[in-house]
Design a protein around this ligand. Structure first.
Ligand SMILES: [Ca+2]
Ligand SMILES: [Ca+2]
Length: 311
């Protein structure tokens, strides 16, 4: 990633000589993530920013966490004084940007390089867009007022589209993103604050110490955040008769929409019997952090709770 930073610095060097704008430093816990480097190409003003259209560049996140800032080089050729809206959007299964916005920020007109200069602008997202390593997203820009048609450009280069991963798109107000007619690569750089917070169970069914549970009940654990579904199974989510090591035969599944694991016992539970449910510390969030049910105690603690089936 050092190369990316250097390349961005190279772009800005050319433009900084004229603009005097400093390349903003990422926050201390941010790490460089996706980027479109120049690869020695001369940047051109290839995509014009509009209020009536959105320009977007897709990219693949390299880290799991919150995308907390992004930088793009902008050139102001017509003395434009508009603010710029910078957004992180989802993409659909074909890799095309959607209008679903994960995070949005406004870069004030005072931070847009003045005519006739270029500079790197930085958008800071709070709290940031949740991104997952290996997943595609789109960095989308539009202005808050309508500039002249060629007034404000996102710098990049025309190419065969292979110089950078991702594709540049334009949405001209019909709610649909279409790739540019010619292949463009738009320069950008994103920064992610990686997720280092362990997940925990925040609610259960049955509740802890419930004592009138139906024999047909399923057991559910809802997590504080999205989990790696590969780590939710009958070795990480277990049910025992209380006081024994007899694991109850069950099917375990995970619903990413609700961050909830379900344990469905193969046979009805026994009337009048107490059970212990356990979620082990090998359940992991999507960033790979292992479960820690008690953050105030050192080391990792599993989640366990008891309930009793009705007589
Ligand atoms: Ca986490
Ligand atoms: Ca702990």
């Amino acid at each position: 990633m050092r190369r990316v930073v250097l390349l961005l610095a190279t772009i800005s060097l050319a433009v900084l000589l004229v603009s005097g704008l400093a390349l903003a430093q990422p926050a201390p816990d941010e790490v460089p993530d996706a980027a479109c480097p120049t690869n020695g190409q001369t940047p051109n003003q290839v995509a014009f920013l509009r209020n009536s259209a959105i320009v977007a560049q897709t990219f693949t996140a390299q880290h799991t966490g919150l995308l907390t800032s992004a930088q793009v080089p902008i050139e102001n050729t017509e003395n434009e004084t508009t603010s710029i809206v910078m957004e992180i959007n989802t993409v659909d299964s074909s890799g095309t940007p959607t209008e679903v916005v994960l995070a949005s920020t406004i870069i004030p007109a005072s931070e847009v390089p003045p005519h006739p200069q270029s500079g790197v602008v930085t958008g800071h997202f709070s709290p940031g867009a949740p991104v997952e390593a290996g997943q595609e997203y789109a960095l989308a820009l539009h202005t808050t007022t309508e500039p002249q048609a060629n007034g404000l450009g996102w710098l990049g280069f025309r190419s065969d589209g292979t110089l950078c991963p991702g594709v540049a798109y334009r949405n001209s107000g019909f709610g649909v993103f279409l790739p540019f007619a010619i292949n463009l690569d738009l320069f950008f750089s994103t920064f992610v604050t990686p997720d280092t917070t362990p997940p925990k169970v925040i609610s259960t069914v049955p509740k802890a110490n419930a004592n009138e549970v139906a024999p047909t009940a399923n057991v559910r654990a809802t997590f504080s955040e999205e989990m790696d579904s590969n780590t939710i199974n009958d070795t990480t989510f277990q049910l025992f008769e209380k006081g024994t090591t007899n694991q109850i035969d069950a099917t375990v599944s995970y619903n990413a929409n609700t961050d909830t694991a379900k344990l469905d016992p193969t046979n009805n539970l026994s009337k009048g019997v107490a059970y212990k449910a356990v979620v082990t510390t090998w359940a992991k969030d999507v960033a790979g952090n292992r479960l820690d049910q008690d953050s105030s105690t050192s080391g990792l603690q599993q989640m366990r709770w008891f309930f009793r089936v009705d007589d």
